[in-house]
Ligand binder design. Structure first.
Ligand SMILES: [Mg+2]
Length: 461
């Protein structure tokens, strides 16, 4: 899955070397020889990853990174800063500017490729999520998405799997001093996995060497493969100081790594950026779920909408045809509903629709489909229900509405009735549109005969 990488360096030889290395792995390489050029190319080409030199004559790498991260078009592009010095202060400054990692010159190939692979993976996941989010918005759901309340996201949880208790304590302290999170400590791989399924941590700090001979790499790999922890951020602590181990950690699924011993600030900054990324992806995912739900649910009544109903009805029909069984299709309409809206107002009308929907759902079986087809019109489809069952069910539904008056907000009561038209489907009468038309015809007859009635479709033959 090679991608496009923008290499930024003011020294031509450095660019050449990087370009040569990356090209052997089939990445497409774009180049920029100064900070301003980097910003211009990044905006125009939207590369997948940017390798950014720190020292440049016009604007330095920190400033370029800050500008990239503050622009909505480029903020999601991962940035790796490339530096000659790599002091802890410089690293923290870069991470604070929004960089995802640091590589020191001369660049180690293993570190470079492991990091680029990792960032490409993250970038692809975000691109996919962002694309789905855009689709939902294009489908007219943006108002709905903006209205979602994210305040229940609550405090985030970080799980620590340190090499020993002393170090664990110092990690906990620096994290709690700087981040508003809940911290859980674990002593073994088994414990980490067990607690994970209960607490669902947002992020992990996993040491390569763990207490009780735990293997951090094995834990990283296990966390990444379990469905409930797959989306969590994992910060892998490299104890042996080797690039090989760091690269393995990334390839096994760590989101980021840090070389021990480290400045506690670096842990905090890396963790903060991982938590931010996690929160953003959670939000996109939940938008997508809610958006999908929105596409099939009638927001007022919580019933399925017409789009879902027609789709699902075709499944019920297929099954009936296969088993040569019967099923029934009911169209239902509130009697004189216009009068309710006109005399009592739309709020009262909405209340009636909601209460009616609740009663309908209470009086059907779990396998039956209840949908709002629009306005005051409802559809009920009952699999495996011939005339006998349908007659009882339709009568039960009709009477569930009539039997108890509806209570309005004012405390006043209102008597409401429905008319029901029923058509029986079978292997030889199995066209969804025809069946709905037949049920509709029966419904008109119920209305004509005085409303508050159940009527069956009778074919001309
Ligand atoms: Mg330079």
């Amino acid at each position: 899955m090679p991608g496009r990488i923008l290499v930024v360096d003011d020294v031509a030889t450095n660019r050449l070397i990087l370009k040569a290395k990356l090209s052997t792995a089939y990445y497409d390489v774009l180049e920029a020889d100064c900070g301003n050029k980097a910003l211009e190319v990044a905006h125009r080409e939207l590369p997948d990853v940017i390798l950014l030199d720190v020292m440049m004559p016009d604007i330095d790498g920190f400033e370029v990174c800050k500008q990239l991260k503050s622009s909505p078009e480029t903020s999601h592009i991962p940035v790796v800063m490339v530096t000659a010095m790599g002091s802890p202060e410089e690293r923290i400054r870069g991470l604070n500017a929004g960089a995802d990692d640091f590589l020191t010159k001369p660049i180690n190939d293993l570190a470079l490729f492991a990091r680029v692979r990792n960032l490409m993976r993250v970038k692809m996941m975000f691109d996919e999520l962002r694309m789905r989010d855009t689709t939902s918005r294009e489908m007219g759901l943006s108002d709905f998405l903006e209205s979602l309340d994210h305040s229940d996201e609550g405090q985030e949880t970080v799980m620590l799997s340190p090499p020993d208790c002393e170090i664990g304590k110092s990690w906990r302290e620096s994290i709690l001093e700087n981040l508003d999170v809940k911290v859980i400590g674990t002593l073994s791989e088994r414990e980490a996995l067990n607690i994970s399924s209960l607490e669902l941590p947002d992020a992990y700090v996993v040491s390569q060497n763990m207490m009780e001979n735990g293997d951090g790499l094995r834990l990283v790999s296990a966390l990444r493969s379990k469905p409930e922890t797959r989306q969590s951020a994992i910060l892998f602590v490299v104890s042996d100081g080797t690039v090989e181990t760091a690269a393995r950690g990334l390839d096994l699924g760590a989101s980021d790594y840090i070389m021990a011993p480290f400045d506690p600030n670096e842990l905090v900054v890396r963790l903060r950026s991982q938590l931010r990324r996690k929160k953003y992806s959670d939000r996109l995912r939940s938008n997508m779920r809610d958006g999908l739900k929105m596409a099939v649910i009638d927001p007022l009544t919580g019933l399925y909408n017409r789009r879902y109903a027609t789709q699902h009805m075709s499944k019920i029909i297929d099954r009936a045809v296969e088993s040569k069984g019967e099923f029934s299709v009911m169209m239902m309409d509130l009697d004189r509903f216009k009068l309710v809206n006109d005399t009592l107002g739309h709020d009262a009308g909405d209340l009636v629709l909601k209460e009616l929907s609740r009663r309908l759902q209470e009086n059907v079986r779990g396998v039956d489909l209840v949908a709002r087809m629009g306005g005051e019109e409802f559809l009920v489809v009952m699999p495996d229900a011939g005339r006998f069952v349908a007659e009882k069910a339709a009568e039960r539904l009709r009477s569930s509405i009539e039997s108890e008056p509806f209570i309005l907000k004012s405390g006043d009561t209102l008597s409401v009735t429905v008319s029901v038209g029923v058509a029986i489907g079978s292997a030889i009468n199995c066209d969804a549109d025809d069946l709905i038309k037949q049920a509709d015809q029966a419904l008109y007859r119920a209305k004509d005969n005085g409303r508050n009635l159940v009527s069956f479709f009778a074919s001309a033959a």
